[in-house]
Design a protein around this ligand. Structure first.
Ligand code: SOE
Length: 381
């Protein structure tokens, strides 16, 4: 490891490649960290696009083969921003080479593949993390603090949704840049692994382990042209998924995700109802946490809309002045900050690969339940 610097080698330059590069660049301007991330090298197959990406974001060098990137002695962290079907191969090779690994969500194509990744990363003993960024929206982190303080009391209900509408057109192809999310061979699953995985990660973090699930899924458009082959092929992903869940703490939950909710672009909402208090959060109003406390004096009781922008709110003392809000991109900055703090302290920040495997197990149980029409128990990592 170069002194005081952590040299990052990123694989992939799409949407996530941009969010991560932005976070690696900005983090030291706002956070005092034990190491400084350096944008050392970016890797991708298309040389022209790679060059444009490096020029725009300031990556010092480039590689067109991720194996070469991993072999490089001057790289400390491998950051994986590729489609889901390549996470395992890259992460395992990186771990074996002694690199720290940051991996885009979901961890893997399924639970068994995730288990192999956890085995390898833990054997290598390297720092590791999966980019479930919504945990690090200050309002969501604040919700976690309120729950951990016991303010909600016994939890009865957890409710989450992630709604989009970008795949309604039957003309939209599957496969290739961006659209690999519609191709089961590259994505593993549809909304379950792509969107519900976010909801599940947050839920496990806020509300503990899930015991069992009962799910239904649907694929509304059965065939789409594949961008890479030009052939009309069967669509094998789930376009929509809804499931019921029982948590270990006795609470009941409902989860829903779809890419067919006309009018919704990225509506992630969650609500938790406890004996004493409830909280609600909405990605479209991400800097606010809604809070209701039954212990307030009766005639003053009501939902408070807390503007999570004060210096004593999570992460906010690092940014501007109270009242000025931050947004989506900052969740990635927080993730880098926590990762680097974890490297410094030796206490790896969550979600580690092992934490993310738990989400994978829930996804597996959900998909299996939808296929069999049966309740399924969730395996635990
Ligand atoms: C899909 O449209 C997507 O980009 C997901 O892949 C991301 O994880 C989510 O944060 C936003 O939506």
């Amino acid at each position: 490891m170069s002194k005081k610097n952590l040299n990052v080698g990123i694989v992939g330059y799409g949407f996530m490649g941009r969010t991560h590069a932005n976070a690696f660049r900005k983090v030291v301007n706002f956070f005092d960290l034990p190491y400084t991330p350096v944008l050392k090298a970016a890797c991708g197959r298309d040389e022209e696009k790679l060059k444009a990406y490096c020029d725009r974001w300031g990556w010092e060098s480039s590689e067109t083969d991720w194996r070469k990137l991993i072999e490089r002695k001057d790289i400390d962290i491998i950051d994986i921003c590729t489609p889901n079907d390549s996470h395992a191969e890259i992460a395992i090779a990186a771990a074996r080479a002694g690199k720290m690994v940051m991996c885009e969500k979901p961890l893997s194509m399924d639970g068994p593949q995730g288990e192999e990744m956890v085995r390898e990363i833990e054997k290598a003993g390297v720092a590791n993390m999966v980019w479930y960024n919504y945990r690090r929206v200050p309002a969501v982190t604040f919700a976690k603090q309120l729950i951990d303080e016991g303010r909600l009391g016994r939890i009865f209900h957890y409710r989450a949704k992630f709604l989009q509408d970008w795949t309604i057109s039957a003309e939209l192809p599957q496969g290739g840049a961006g659209l690999w999310r519609l191709d089961a061979a590259a994505a593993g699953s549809g909304v379950t692994g792509d969107l519900l995985a976010h909801c599940i990660d947050t839920a496990l973090w806020l509300n503990g382990n899930m015991d069992s699930v009962s799910a239904m899924t649907e694929t509304f458009i059965k065939q789409r042209t594949h961008s890479l082959t030009g052939q009309v092929q069967e669509v094998k992903i789930d376009d929509a998924c809804a499931f019921l869940a029982r948590f270990g703490n006795g609470s009941l939950a409902t989860f829903e995700s779809t890419r067919y909710a006309r009018g919704h672009k990225a509506l992630y909402t969650l609500e938790i109802n406890g004996e004493n208090a409830s909280i609600a959060w909405d990605l479209h109003d991400l800097h606010r946490l809604q809070y209701f406390d039954h212990r307030d004096r009766g005639n003053l009781r009501g939902w408070r809309s807390i503007h999570v922008t004060d210096g004593d709110h999570p992460y906010m003392s690092k940014w501007w002045v109270p009242g000025l809000q931050i947004g989506y991109e900052h969740t990635f900055v927080h993730q880098v900050a926590d990762f680097i703090e974890g490297v410094g302290s030796g206490q790896f920040a969550s979600p580690t690969f092992r934490d993310a495997l738990e989400t994978q197990y829930v996804c597996d149980a959900v998909l299996d339940s939808a296929k069999t029409g049966q309740w399924r128990d969730v395996k635990h990592a």
